[in-house]
Design a protein around this ligand. Structure first.
Ligand SMILES: C[S@@+](CC[C@H](N)C(=O)[O-])C[C@H]1O[C@@H](n2cnc3c(N)ncnc32)[C@H](O)[C@@H]1O
Length: 295
C-alpha cells in the first residue's frame, strides 16, 4: 500500500487546469500504483476505497501488469508497431511505449486521456527512443469521431497497417448510457483491417466488497463513476471481433508466462487471487477469421 505519500503541492496538482477539489480516477490509480502525481483528495478517497475493498490495490497492480503483457504479446507475437491507448493514465514507468519499444524500437504510440493532469504530465510519457515516436492528445474516448480525426491529424500512424486499440482499465468509467459497446464499434470501424483490441475491465463477480469500493466513486463524487461489469458483459464488449486465446479471463490467467520482466513496478507484487478484473485481446476484421468471439 502506498505510504510515503504525496506532497499535495506536487507541480502537477498546482497546474491551473487541474481540479484539486475533486478526486480523479487517474490520480487515484497513480496512488494505488505508488506514483507521485496524485493530490491530497485523491489519496484520501483512494484510502477510503481500500478500507472497503482492500483488494483494489492488487487489482490495480495486476491490471497494469496485464497491460504490459498484452502490449508485449501484440508487439512480439503479432508484429504490431502502432498503439492507440485510450485512457492512458499518469506516467508510471514502464509506460506502454517503453514496453512496446523494448520489443521493437520503431513502435509508435498515441496516448489519449481526458484528465488535464495527465496532459500536464505528458512530457514524462513522451520520452520515446529515437526510432519510435510517441504523441499525447487530450481527448474524451466517448467522442470517437473527434479522437479518430485527431489521431489521423497527428500524422503518427500508417492507416494502411494494423493498429492496436488499448483500453486498459478505462471502460469501467463509461456508464451504460454512454453505450460502451457502440463506442468500441465506432473505433473498430475506423481502424485498419487486421487491427487489434486489448481491453481490461473491473468486475464485481468475485466479491461483493468490490461494489463497496466502487460505491466510493459515486459517494465522493470522483470525476468519473465506476461501473463494474460481469464476465458476460465484458465478453459482449468484444462482439464483432475475433478473440485470441485464452478469451476473456481474469487478468492473471491471461498469458501469465509473458510476465517476467525486470521492471520495478511489476515487482511491487500482487496477489493474483485478489485481482478483480477481466481482460482479453481480439483481432478486428482479420483477413481469414478462424477464431470466434466469446470465451
Ligand atoms: C485506471 S486509469 C488506467 C490507466 C492505464 N490505462 C493503465 O492501464 O495503467 C484510467 C484512466 O482513464 C482515464 N479516463 C477515464 N474516462 C475517460 C474518458 N472518457 N476519456 C479518456 N480518458 C478517460 C482516466 O483519466 C485515467 O487516466
Amino acid at each position: 500500500m502506498p505510504t510515503d505519500g504525496p506532497d499535495p503541492q506536487t507541480p502537477g496538482c498546482a497546474a491551473e487546469q487541474v481540479d484539486t477539489g475533486r478526486p480523479h480516477p487517474a490520480r487515484m490509480y497513480d496512488y494505488y500504483l505508488g506514483g507521485t502525481h496524485y493530490c491530497a483528495i485523491d489519496a484520501e478517497t483512494a484510502e477510503e476505497v481500500l478500507r472497503r475493498a482492500p483488494h483494489v490495490l492488487d487489482s490495480t497492480r495486476g491490471a497494469r501488469a496485464w497491460m504490459h503483457r498484452a502490449v508485449r504479446h501484440l508487439a512480439a507475437a503479432y508484429g504490431v508497431r502502432q498503439f492507440l491507448d485510450l485512457g492512458a493514465g499518469l506516467p508510471v514507468a514502464p509506460n506502454l511505449h517503453q514496453v512496446a519499444q523494448e520489443v521493437h524500437p520503431a513502435c509508435r504510440v498515441l496516448y489519449v486521456d481526458n484528465d488535464p493532469l495527465v496532459g500536464a504530465s505528458a512530457s514524462a510519457l513522451l520520452g520515446s527512443g529515437p526510432a519510435g515516436q510517441v504523441v499525447y492528445r487530450h481527448g474524451d474516448l466517448r467522442r470517437p469521431a473527434t479522437v479518430i480525426s485527431e489521431a489521423r491529424a497527428a500524422g503518427l500512424f500508417d492507416w494502411g497497417r494494423p493498429i492496436a486499440l488499448v483500453l486498459s482499465g478505462v471502460l469501467h468509467f463509461v456508464p451504460d448510457e454512454d453505450d460502451p459497446a457502440g463506442l468500441l464499434r465506432a473505433y473498430c470501424d475506423a481502424l485498419p483491417d487486421d487491427s487489434y483490441l486489448a481491453l481490461s475491465h473491473g468486475t464485481g463477480d468475485f466479491s461483493p466488497t468490490t461494489a463497496d469500493g466502487a460505491a466510493v466513486y459515486a459517494e465522493r463524487k470522483v470525476a468519473a463513476p465506476m461501473v463494474l461489469r460481469s464476465h458476460a458483459e465484458v465478453v459482449r464488449l468484444f462482439d464483432g471481433t475475433a478473440l485470441l486465446e485464452p478469451g476473456v479471463v481474469r487478468l492473471p490467467e491471461w498469458h501469465p508466462e509473458l510476465g517476467s520482466t525486470p521492471h520495478p513496478e511489476e515487482t511491487l507484487g500482487y496477489d493474483p487471487d485478489q485481482v478483480h478484473s477481466y481482460g482479453g485481446v481480439a483481432r478486428i476484421r482479420p483477413p481469414h477469421t478462424t477464431e470466434s468471439g466469446g470465451s
